[in-house]
Design a protein around this ligand. Sequence first.
Ligand code: SF4
Ligand code: SF4
Length: 320
Amino acid sequence: MEKVVPAPLVQALKKQKYHRVGTHSAVKRCKWFYEALTTGRSCYKQKFYGINSHQCIQMSPALFYCTQQCLFCWRAQNSDLQTTWDEMKLPQWDPPEQIVQGILKAQERILTGYKAHPRTNPQKFREALRPKHVAISLTGEPTLYEPLGELLRTIHSKGMTSFLVSNGTLPQKLANLDVEPTQLYISVCAPNEEVFKRVCRPQIPEAWTRLNETLSLLSSFRCPTVMRSTLVRDKNMENVDGYAKLVAKANPTYIEAKAYMHVGFSGLRLGFDSMPSHKDVCDFALRLSERTGYKIIDESEDSRVVLLSKREKPLRFGSG
Ligand code: SF4
Ligand code: SF4
């Protein structure tokens, strides 16, 4: 990997405790994995959808690669570390089975660190030995990984569910997925093209048009779909009408309005004050609800996220 990705980047990722898997994938311990094992608190996806935080693997098959350079992204981007690489092309493809074996091993290594932890709940620890869910969301654009459908099939064949998060700029890849994730997320972090260019900083032509194509094909998915908006104070929280139009186009099962969090490499591009408060997110969600007819059905103050839905209750997948 050192040959295709500059050494300073590799060092920075080690410091941030990424566990690299093969050439282009990685696992990172989620804060909520730790919390669930040691304090019993869990993430908002456990609250909303029943995904057990202590049985969840947070991973990416495209660690260094994306078609966008969002201001709020955790991912290292060209220029963050005064170093460059081709951000839009995976150097080669590791086979799906190898990736899945690799992420399971990485998760096991992470878990080993909690065996002797005085606050680890022994039952949760035993359960965590058998991961039940893969969050393909860590960083990077997963649709750049060509055999993505096969990766999903392999994850499901091991008895695990999958939540896939995409920026929607490669609609053909999503349209041609031969296997659907358990739940599909499309990030919509701008109400119009002008804000999109400023905040999401696409690196490919026609990215806004492509995202809109993806939104138009969202209802063809059988799995639940989520339009997820990461909200950054003073950057993309105005123009709720613009977001409402995109909701009408996509007709997703859910909308998640979520505050930007000042973590990872985003700290080099945005300040702490770019994080909206939970109240700001609730206000945004309320305005969006009034304009779309989607009901506010849940929220998590810890993660500053509000869930809007067409359904009375969300579909739940795990036992959490
Ligand atoms: S679903 Fe997301 S937030 Fe929850 S434990 Fe998994 S990676 Fe963390
Ligand atoms: S689309 Fe996702 S991975 Fe790509 S730059 Fe934006 S936040 Fe980062």
